[in-house]
Design a protein around this ligand. Structure first.
Ligand SMILES: [Zn+2]
Length: 79
């Protein structure tokens, strides 16, 4: 019997911050708060998942400003 297993990562955008200059590249881009999740799969069905990191993402340069859970919630409520 063959068991197909694997994993995948997904980036879930939680809240868009709107156009603002990126602290890394300086371009005016659509910044967002996002969570990166790791999902383990068996036969392509997700079995369990956990959040690897959460933070502020820039789509232009790929900057990922990592925040802990408390900072993430506080900053999301500020925008
Ligand atoms: Zn950037």
């Amino acid at each position: 019997m063959v068991i197909v297993y694997g994993y995948r990562n997904s980036l879930n955008v939680k809240k868009r911050m709107g156009m603002r200059p990126c602290p890394n590249c300086g371009y005016n881009t659509e910044q967002a708060f996002a969570e990166e999740k790791f999902k383990a799969t068996v036969f392509y069905i997700p079995i369990f998942s956990y959040t690897m990191r959460r933070g502020q993402v820039c789509p232009n340069c790929g900057m990922y400003r990592v925040l802990n859970r408390k900072e993430f919630k506080a900053e999301m409520n500020n925008y």
